[in-house]
Write a protein that binds this ligand. Structure first.
Ligand code: PLP
Length: 454
């Protein structure tokens, strides 16, 4: 082929700063509220859970925050990650559109999540913390934090959502390989886990419950902090390295995306690719379409309510204003475990409300179909979560074909699916069901939204 396929940045070009979109917002975020007093949260309220450096990043409005050199040292193991032109996918679709993907599956854990696990573990280690507790859905975040803990001498305890724990034994083995302890959630180790098991011993678990368990452990143990793999401002900011690299790579390619796409669970890989591009627009640069792709079975951005809600089921976390399906909502057990969260990053929700980003929702069969098309053209088997972004990119490329337009599309291929092959087997065996979310359960979960004074 006459035009290049891979755009590789030299290690010396790896970004030295993260990009913080809070600096460029046209209207500020609604403040997070204390779960007890419902008053705006102060930095000290978060001190039992997070080191002060991360708390300051969470509330920062500085545009650029330096990436510590020891963190960049670790990133060199896999970063800069490649930007790839999907020539063969374009040909298979017969589209005049140009499709690029930023591939985050090259990290040791196989996804974008180490981009924040490494700095989070490092800042905790700097603050003298020796134990971290966390939750994981599909196991991607748990294995990323376990890897980071191994590098910085931190013990990691992971509460894995029960249904994923059962479906994905190899993710647990990976966490244990890195030296972490992994428990199915709900577990008998916490008050909130025990309370849920008492009512339903076979509860499949949810991210909301697993977060409650991990937060309870951190809040009740002085030597233990908590780490979250998505949703929070500082997590989204750590992921901005993806978009900052992609911008340099598009310069190398002599191209510029018209459409930027990411899948959304809590919003971090989407934000990581999209926010640096969106920031350029907010500072007077060109406008692009920015699309978040989510599961139709857990459709927080497209069908959730924009309201203050808790981040967890036991209501231990602060309230944030976001698109929510209600903190007691238990999404059906579809295969993109990393997207089964009732809420959304407040920053992503805010931008959706401001009309600066779009959102689409897809059923899982259509996503696996897109993932298989991608794999047969480009070779990489995407994670089930990433298949939502692949679906959105293919749909846009097919629209371009119908309209005869050669738009430039980039999507975040947030991870590979090597630990998710049982989901692919289920797809090939025609065992996947497109579950709509349950209207009745949703209405019930939303009726329980906390009343917050205006
Ligand atoms: C966790 C995960 C996601 C969803 O999380 P976000 O914070 O929305 O990015 C998406 N893709 C992969 C591969 C994941 O591991």
């Amino acid at each position: 082929m006459s035009t290049p396929t891979k755009f590789l940045l030299d290690e010396s070009k790896m970004p030295r700063h993260w990009y913080n979109i809070a600096a460029d917002l046209p209207a500020p975020l609604a403040p997070p509220l204390h779960p007890g007093t419902l008053q705006p949260l102060g930095p000290d309220d978060l001190a039992p859970l997070f080191p002060m450096e991360l708390i300051m990043q969470e509330v920062s409005t500085e545009r650029e925050i330096p990436i510590p050199e020891p963190v960049r040292e670790v990133f060199r193991l896999w970063r800069p990650s490649p930007l790839v032109r999907a020539h063969r996918l374009e040909k298979a679709l017969g589209t005049p559109a140009k499709i690029y993907y930023k591939y985050e599956g090259v990290s040791p854990a196989g996804s974008h999540k180490p981009n924040t696990a490494i700095p989070q573990a490092w800042y905790n280690a700097q603050a003298g913390i020796r134990k971290l507790s966390t939750e994981t859905g599909a196991g991607q975040w748990g294995s990323s934090l376990s890897f980071a803990g191994a590098l910085f001498g931190i013990e990691v305890l992971v509460f894995q959502v029960r249904i994923s724990y059962d479906q994905k034994p190899y993710r647990r083995a990976l966490m244990e390989t890195y030296g972490a302890r992994c428990l199915p959630s709900p577990s008998t180790e916490t008050n909130c886990g025990r309370a849920i098991l008492e009512k339903d011993p076979n509860h499949p678990g949810s991210l909301g419950i697993a977060i409650s368990e991990a937060v309870e452990i951190a809040a009740t143990n002085k030597d233990t902090n908590y780490a979250l793999g998505s949703v929070l401002n500082h997590v989204l900011m750590h992921q901005s390295i993806i978009g900052l690299e992609a911008m340099q790579q598009f310069e190398m390619a002599g191209d510029d995306p018209d459409i930027v796409i990411g899948c959304t669970g809590g919003g971090s890989n989407f934000a990581g690719l999209a926010f640096p591009f969106l920031g350029q627009q907010l500072r007077g640069g060109r406008k692009r379409r920015i699309i978040a792709a989510e599961p139709a079975a857990c459709p927080s951005l497209t069908r959730g309510k924009f309201a203050y809600d808790f981040g967890d089921t036991a209501h231990l976390t602060p309230l944030t204003k976001m698109h929510t399906l209600g903190s007691t909502f238990t999404p059906p057990g579809f295969h993109a475990g990393g997207l089964r969260y009732h809420g959304m990053a407040p920053m992503v929700s805010h931008l959706k409300e401001l009309g600066l980003i779009e959102a689409v929702a897809f059923h899982q069969k259509a996503c696996f179909e897109a993932g298989v098309t991608f794999a047969r053209a480009e070779g990489i088997v995407p994670a089930p979560e990433a298949n939502h972004a692949v679906r959105a990119a293919i749909d846009e490329a097919l629209r371009c074909k119908a309209e005869g337009r050669s738009e430039v599309i980039v999507f975040n291929l947030s991870g590979h699916g090597h630990f998710d092959m049982s989901a692919y087997s289920a797809y090939f065996g025609d065992k996947l069901v497109d579950q709509p979310y349950d209207e009745k359960e949703l209405a019930m979960a939303l009726s329980g939204l906390p009343a917050v004074p205006a």
